[in-house]
Design a binder for this molecule. Structure first.
Ligand code: AHG
Length: 336
C-alpha cells in the first residue's frame, strides 16, 4: 500500500511548526492536540444523534437563559476534561458555565495558556441534522506563573489571542485553527481517526457573492444596516451585486462557508437585542481572529472586534465579519 506522506496529521503539523521555533516549549501544540481529541469524541456522539438518547433538552437553562441541550453538556465536559488533564492550560471559560474554572494544581498553575470555548454552537440545530460546531480561543496568561489563573486572564481583548479555531461537524468533520502565522484546515480522516491537513494556508477571498443575515429581523435592524442589506440585493456593477443570501443559523457553518468562498456574515443589534446576540469571548473574538489572519475583517459596527476590551465573560456584541472589500462596503453604509 502506498501511504501519502504529503498529508500531515494535526499532530504532525503542529510538531513541524515547532521545528521552525526551537525555543518553543510545545505547550500550544499539546493544547491543540487535546482539543483535537475532545473534538473526535464529540464528533462520535454528534454522529450518533438520533440513535441514542442524546438529543433534546437537558432540562435547564444556561446563564444566558437559553435551553441547554444534552449534547451541549457532553461537549462542554469533553473539552473541559481534556484541558484539565493536559499540561498546557491553567483554566477555562465556557459559554455553558457561569464562571471561569481554574484548574489550580501544580502543573496547571505553571501552564502559560487559558482557553475559552463555545462547546456546541448552533445547538438549536442538533435535532434536525444541520451542521453545528465548537469554537475555541487561546490566550497567554497575564497573571503570575506558578499561581492559579485569574479573571483578568480571560478578560483580554481579542487581539491578544495566541490561537483560535473551530470544529465543524458537517458532511465531513473539520478542525480549522489560526495562529498569527496562518490559518489551516484539517479534515477528520475516519479511516485512521486523525485530523489531516486538507486546507493549507486558508485565505479569505477579498470579495464574494454571499451575504448571511437573519432576514426575519430586517425591520429590527437600524437604518444603516438595512441600507447595506438593500445594497446587497441591488444589481450594481461596482459591487458585483446582487449577492446571494445564505443563512443557516449555525454560525460556524455560515462563517466557514464565507471564509472559503468569500462573503459577509452579520448578526447586528436588534430592537429586541440591542447588544446583539452573539458572545464576544466565545464566538466573535475567535472568528474575528481567524478571519483577520486569513485577510478579512471583523467589526461590531463601530470598532474592530479584536480591540474591544471585555468587561464581562458573557458579554454580547453586534458582529460583522467577512471578506475585506465587502466589509469596506458595509463600513461605508454604516458611516454614511
Ligand atoms: P445557538 O447555539 O443557541 O443555537 O445559537 C446559534 C447562534 C449562531 O450560531 C447563529 O448564527 C445564531 O445564533 C442564529 O441566531 P438567529 O436564529 O437569531 O438568527
Amino acid at each position: 500500500m502506498i501511504i501519502n506522506r504529503n498529508i500531515l496529521t494535526l499532530d504532525e503539523f503542529t510538531i513541524q511548526q515547532l521545528r521552525d521555533f526551537p525555543q518553543a516549549t510545545g505547550e500550544l501544540s499539546s493544547l491543540l492536540r487535546d482539543i483535537g481529541l475532545a473534538a473526535k469524541r464529540v464528533n462520535v456522539e454528534v454522529n450518533k444523534a438520533g440513535l441514542v438518547d442524546i438529543l433534546g433538552d437537558y432540562g435547564t437553562t444556561n446563564i444566558q437563559g437559553e435551553e441547554v441541550k444534552k449534547l451541549d453538556i457532553y461537549a462542554n465536559n469533553q473539552f473541559m476534561g481534556v484541558l484539565k488533564h493536559g499540561i498546557s492550560c491553567a483554566g477555562i471559560a465556557s459559554e455553558e458555565l457561569d464562571d471561569i474554572v481554574v484548574f489550580n494544581d501544580d502543573v496547571s498553575n505553571n501552564s502559560k495558556y487559558i482557553c475559552m470555548f463555545d462547546p456546541l454552537d448552533g445547538s438549536g440545530n442538533i435535532d434536525v441534522n444541520i451542521s453545528i460546531g465548537t469554537i475555541f480561543s487561546v490566550y497567554r496568561r497575564v497573571s503570575e506563573l506558578g499561581k492559579p489563573a485569574t479573571k483578568e486572564d480571560f478578560l483580554q481583548p481579542g487581539h491578544q489571542q495566541v490561537a483560535a479555531g473551530y470544529i465543524i461537524y458537517g458532511s465531513s468533520t473539520m478542525l480549522v485553527y489560526a495562529t498569527r502565522r496562518g490559518v489551516n484546515g484539517f479534515t477528520l480522516d475516519q479511516s485512521i481517526g486523525e485530523f489531516s491537513l486538507s486546507h493549507a494556508n486558508i485565505k479569505c477571498p477579498p470579495s464574494g457573492k454571499i451575504y448571511s443575515v437573519n432576514h426575519g429581523n430586517f425591520f429590527q435592524y437600524d437604518e444603516k444596516v438595512r441600507s447595506y442589506i438593500n445594497l446587497c440585493q441591488k444589481k450594481d456593477k461596482t459591487t458585483g451585486g446582487p449577492y446571494t443570501q445564505r443563512y443557516i443559523g449555525s454560525m460556524v457553518a455560515d462563517v466557514h462557508r464565507n471564509l472559503l468562498k468569500g462573503g459577509i456574515f452579520m448578526y447586528p443589534a436588534t430592537t429586541d437585542k440591542p447588544k446583539g446576540k452573539l458572545r464576544l469571548l466565545y464566538e466573535c473574538n475567535p472568528f474575528a481572529f481567524i478571519v483577520e489572519v486569513a485577510g478579512g475583517k471583523a467589526t461590531n459596527g463601530k470598532q474592530r472586534i479584536l480591540d474591544v476590551v471585555p468587561s464581562e465573560l458573557h458579554q454580547r456584541t453586534p458582529f460583522f465579519v467577512g471578506s475585506k472589500d465587502m466589509m469596506g462596503e458595509l463600513e461605508s453604509c454604516l458611516t454614511a
